[in-house]
Design a protein around this ligand. Sequence first.
Ligand code: PMT
Length: 397
Amino acid sequence: MAAPLVGEMEPAAAESVYFNEYPPPKALPKHEALARAFIQLHVEANRRVVLVTSGGTTVPLEAQTVRFIDNFSAGTRGATSAEYFLEQGYAVIFLHRQYSLLPYSRHYSHSTNCFLDFMDEAPPSADSAESGHGSIMVRDEYQDQMRSVLRKYRYAKQNNRLLLLPFTTVSEYMFELRSMAKIMRPIGPNALFYLAAAVSDFFIPRSRMAEHKIQSSELPAHLQGSAVGADDIYTGENEEQPSNRKKLVVNLDPVPKFLHRLVDGWAPEGSMVVSFKLETDPSLLVYKARTALQRYSHHLVIGNLLSTRKWEVVFITPDEPHERWIRVPKSKRSKSISGVEDQVGLAEAQKGNTVPLDQSEAEQISDASRDGIEIESIIIPELVKLHTKMVEKKTQE
Ligand code: PMT
């Protein structure tokens, strides 16, 4: 009988096999030290702390990685949510894919929103007339928006409310998540996990991974030693002729879902765990989100469709009403190139449970994105209400 894949083992066994197979990320000790100091500060202040995961994870094809598999996530959900958590008084550990969007700087880092377009060079002043150089300024029309973002950013930084920790690969993500959850234990019920990262579901275990760059053409025999050869798993479909049309067949194992271990082992006693469920087929979303909630016995699954994720999400909870939709009113929806407005509402299984948000309420919601409401500005206050209920219940016990 074939040995079980690590993704198919009991959670505790999968944990020990998985974490023994990989060296911890080089940055982990530094991240742990930063996180310990951050947590201590906020325990002393009795402040709530949320761990936000954000962005995609890579799956390397080679140990000395030249190529990897990736996914679409830019980290918009995570970076935007982090800002609204900060607004709600939370301290935020932002565990993110390196170079994905960051809270606050995200407003100026899109290629369509390049920070250089917000700047101008002023005419030279009397002092600088000789050099002919004027000062670099923010253009008049962006002053208010940039001032507001800058103030919030500086407040978070100066008051130590935001800790940025990067990862790249799926295994780095796993190590970081486990460590951060354990370090957060002193926070108890004040801790919240908001798992918005798009974690790869498939990977190549270290034991089957090529050390060096996978070759796309045959090597002479005397050089074949350490390169991936014809028998190797990656080149399962070598064509006899011609060698320059060689295929690469990649054989991936399921990544162990460590949500079990997070809920039952790593996370602080009494803390709240929120996972996300992403689907593309509207008929599957609610079913898959409910199944995840039952399987991992945590507190909330936020379901979203790829095509409508900026305008609607569903809260799937163990308690009534079980399925609750959050939607940005039509007139307040931001534009999205990849979004499909016709699909809004299609995934709703239990009709009529939409968080009521009329036009006047919508207008009061802070509008950070110049061209519409960010759905995270509705998600986070709703989630904070649920977290508050949990914290109150725990403190009464
Ligand atoms: O970044 P954006 O472009 O804004 O996109 C945001 C988003 C669509 C990526 C986000 O809203 C989202 O849905 N993230 C989760 C997508 C996902 O990976 O779903 P999943 O079904 O593969 O995983 C379910 C949950 O388990 C997730 O919360 C994930 O973080 C977590 N997980 C997944 C795999 C794994 N091995 N361990 C985990 O803990």
